[in-house]
Ligand binder design. Structure first.
Ligand code: NAP
Length: 281
């Protein structure tokens, strides 16, 4: 019998906890915690993400500063904005919504965010610190997955974990977090041979591929924990994960649904990182 890890419920509980911590911070320090969100252009998905991030800020009492720039904004103007936010004491976190329009050099812009305000955890400094097991701001999605393990008391030590997907924002930090938690990790990608065999040896499978229902029941060992990071559309246009949930679930001890699994945790961890950044500054 499998247990569903309810990301929506966990995210709500965490947001209530963060709201209490933010209120206590304001009381103690007599100032707000600020998150700057930069959106360049009118990409519809990015607009929704930015709206949701601002809504989450309102919910936990973090003051949001939204900068909505025209799609043709020159590189120098975006750089100037990030540089000014980098030294602005009101701002504890800076987030540049990706993807940026093609004429902009995203790497250059992101490199201007000081690592102490890099609440997405994407910078080389934060990634490097994560690798070295030092305190840092961790990428929100994999950090949210770690909170899910914690909430269910799923022990990671001595477990075999397979992470599928090696992106800088999900797969690689996920593999590092699991390694730091004493799991033995195999990081798989599109060039991996015998993916099925590797998954069958795993106590924990984290799928971050971007392919609808790609992980099927024959790839999963009885009793495995399956975490589905994917967000895809199925043949009927319905939101679904990378895991063939209906067929895989019966083999699992724990599984996350899509929607309502990892997704709600990501923005919650962004709020958490912004709070952490304020307490460390
Ligand atoms: P990405 O940058 O496109 O990376 C996908 C990874 O999957 C790559 O490493 C790729 O391998 C690997 N891959 C592709 N096809 C494969 C295959 N057939 N077998 C094994 N590995 C394969 O994607 P991402 O940004 O990490 O996102 C992954 C998924 O998570 C997407 O569905 C995305 O929408 C979702 N996501 C969800 C959240 C959330 O909050 N829930 C947050 C971020 C992302 P190569 O490196 O060899 O190309």
């Amino acid at each position: 019998m499998y247990k569903l890890i309810d990301g929506k419920k966990l995210a709500q509980a965490m947001r209530a906890d963060i709201a209490a911590k933010v209120a206590a911070y304001k009381e103690e320090n007599g100032r707000e915690i600020g998150l700057a969100v930069i959106l360049v252009g009118e990409d519809p998905a990015s607009q929704v993400y930015v709206r949701n991030k601002i809504k989450a800020c309102d919910e936990v009492g973090i003051k949001s500063y939204a900068y909505r720039l025209d799609k043709d904004t020159p590189q120098a103007r975006v750089e100037e904005l990030v540089r000014s936010l980098a030294v602005d004491n009101k701002i504890n976190g800076i987030l540049v919504q990706l993807p940026l329009p093609a004429h902009l050099d995203a790497d250059k812009i992101l490199s201007l965010i000081p690592f102490s305000k890099d609440v997405d955890g994407f910078s080389a400094e934060n990634m490097g610190k994560l690798c070295m097991g030092e305190p840092c701001l961790v990428a929100c999605t994999p950090n949210g997955v770690m909170k899910m393990f914690e909430s269910e008391n799923i022990s990671l030590s001595r477990k075999n974990a397979v992470v599928i997907g090696r992106s800088n924002i999900v797969g690689k930090p996920m593999a590092m977090l699991l390694t730091n938690a004493n799991a033995t990790v195999t990081l798989c990608h599109s060039k991996t041979r015998d993916l099925k065999e590797k998954c069958l040896g795993a106590d924990i499978v984290v799928a971050a591929i971007g392919r609808a229902k790609y992980i099927t029941a024959d790839m999963i060992k009885e009793g495995a924990v399956v975490i589905d990071v994917g967000m895809n559309r199925d043949e009927n246009g319905k939101l679904c994960g990378d895991v063939d949930f209906e067929n895989v679930k019966e083999k699992c001890s724990y599984i996350t649904p899509v929607p309502g699994g990892v997704g709600p945790m990501t923005i919650t961890m962004l709020m958490y990182n912004t709070y952490l950044s304020a307490t460390r500054s």
